[in-house]
Design a binder for this molecule. Structure first.
Ligand code: NAD
Ligand code: UDX
Length: 465
């Protein structure tokens, strides 16, 4: 690739100060001290939280994020609600806004809702000056770049009618996983850049080359880049649904999912990563991106392909249903007058994000059965947990500051998130304060089964008898 100078690029604006925009721009700022980076958002509370003095209260919890924000904020990294001015000053604009599943209208329940993409694009069309590179950082359906181009080129909202504006559109999807975002951004497996303007591609490549090996920077056409992001998430989720489906078969046959995982994962063609059985994948991406892929397949008349991928989401829901059902069965078939402890509310360890957390669906099944629930999560705030259960006003729901506090008088403890802390809880004291028989349901296969059983607990572990 013909590498050009980055000197043309001085000012970056990122629209969207969320889980992706904040950490991604912080890592660019840390690696490119000569660039000025403004992260903007229409959510003023979110911007205020990014500017907070107490760095332990940043809106996103990610290991390592605090240190980078401390180093760069106010020097070359700024968080602002002044969207217009920062767009006007930018040479490159990353669009990193939310793209959730549509809840109404055509494609509801499957297609991505692109209204935030459209509104940011219209704002860019209005306020950008001269030549601007617009980068899709959000995860988008294939061909969205065409829509963005259309809006940018046909908009008549420009403030300055005398200046000819031009745009290049690139796709640069983000592959970070929450909980390891900083490491993923600092040491990515690859950076993917799609586009048809080599000059713009080179400018973006040059930014990443400040810390990423050039061999890891893949360039493609726009559509391959947009599609690869959806496909990467679909393949990852597929592995989880595959291993979860087999966890059920292990429970029926006496095989042990951990042993099966090791046996198949040591085949280098299969590989040993992403084979942990659990209560089903959560997070803001997998379900939404697969449903989007399903929608696209149907749109192009590929109904069999759509059905194939949709099954990944179906198995995920089924895994959650079967776990809640077997807990109820083991607790003598009824949860009325029973108290259950839900350990972990984030969708995975090391994040405070609860979007699509398996704890939500499973807890709702228990509430429908009349259970009292007590939650403990090391990082998720009480109000964020309670917000999920607005429809259960008559249920008894509380949130404790410790696992032991939550266990007082409880009949069962469910380990729902793979927080490292849960392995090292004082299980003897927890047992003492619970009603007997006391149950532990380990949906993350993270506890020492023998130790827990020796204390006196009945223990159920996913994927084995
Ligand atoms: P988020 O909801 O945390 O953040 C999006 C932010 O964009 C919000 O704060 C919102 O207020 C802001 N916003 C929306 N419209 C705006 C506008 N017109 N102007 C200014 N700000 C606006 O979302 P996220 O988790 O950061 O995800 C962003 C995108 O990245 C999505 O497409 C998602 O699929 C993708 N993605 C997410 C992850 C992840 O782990 N969360 C990983 C890879 C890719
Ligand atoms: C995912 C992708 O990994 C990332 O590349 C993409 O950019 C965004 O979506 P994320 O959702 O943040 O990242 O976390 P991930 O580690 O993928 O976990 C997703 C869910 O799958 C979590 O609920 C996790 O607990 C679960 N999981 C993951 C398993 O159940 N088993 C595994 O082996 C791995």
């Amino acid at each position: 690739m013909n590498i050009t100078k980055t000197s043309n690029i001085k000012n970056i604006c990122c629209i969207g100060a969320g889980y992706v925009g904040g950490p991604t721009m912080a890592v660019i700022a840390a690696n490119c001290p000569d660039l000025i980076i403004n992260v903007v958002d229409i959510n003023i509370d979110r911007i205020n939280s990014w500017n907070i003095d107490d760095l332990s209260k940043l809106p996103v919890f990610e290991p390592g994020l605090k240190d980078i924000v401390e180093k760069c904020r106010g020097k070359n990294l700024f968080f602002s609600s002044n969207v217009e001015e920062n767009i006007a000053n930018a040479d490159i604009i990353f669009i990193s806004v939310n793209t959730p599943t549509k809840t109404k209208g055509i494609g509801a329940g499957y297609a991505s809702d692109l209204k935030w993409i459209e509104s940011s694009t219209r704002t860019i069309a209005k306020f950008a000056r001269n030549h601007t590179i617009v980068v899709e950082k959000s995860t988008l359906p294939v061909k969205t770049a065409e829509t963005i181009k259309n809006i940018l080129l046909s908009s008549d909202e420009s403030l300055d009618k005398n200046v000819k504006k031009t745009f290049s559109i690139l796709s640069n999807p983000e592959f970070l996983a929450e909980g390891s975002a900083i490491n993923d951004l600092q040491n990515p497996d690859r950076v993917l850049i799609g586009g048809d303007d080599n000059y713009a591609i080179n400018l973006l490549v040059n930014i990443y080359e400040k810390w990423v090996d050039t061999k890891k920077i893949i360039t493609t056409n726009l559509w391959s880049s947009e599609l690869s992001k959806l496909v990467a998430n679909a393949f990852l989720a597929q592995r989880i649904s595959s291993v979860n489906s087999i966890s059920a078969l292990c429970e029926s046959t006496g095989a042990n999912i951990q042993e099966v995982k090791e046996a198949i994962g040591s085949d280098t063609r299969i590989g040993n990563k992403f084979l942990n059985a659990g209560p089903g994948f959560g997070g803001s991406c997998f379900k939404k991106d697969i449903l989007n892929l399903v929608y696209l397949c149907r749109y192009y008349g590929l109904n069999e392909v759509a059905a194939y991928w949709e099954q990944i989401v179906q198995i995920n829901l089924w895994q959650q249903k079967r776990i809640s059902a077997l807990v109820i069965k083991n607790l003598f078939g009824t949860l009325s007058n029973k108290k259950l402890v839900i350990l972990g509310f984030s969708f995975k360890a090391n994040t405070n994000d609860t979007r699509e957390s398996p704890s939500i669906n499973i807890s709702k099944e228990f509430l429908k059965e009349g259970a009292e629930l007590n939650f403990y999560d090391p990082k998720v705030e009480k109000k964020q947990i309670l917000r999920e259960f607005d429809d259960f006003k008559d249920s008894k729901i509380s949130v404790s500051k410790s696992a032991l506090g939550a266990a007082e008088g409880a009949d069962a403890v469910l380990v729902m998130t793979d927080w490292e802390d849960f392995k090292y809880l004082d299980w003897i004291s927890i047992y003492k304060v619970m009603r007997k028989p006391a149950w532990v349901f380990d949906t993350r296969i993270c506890l020492n089964r023998e130790e827990i059983s020796n204390i006196g607990f009945n223990i159920w572990t996913l994927g084995r008898i």
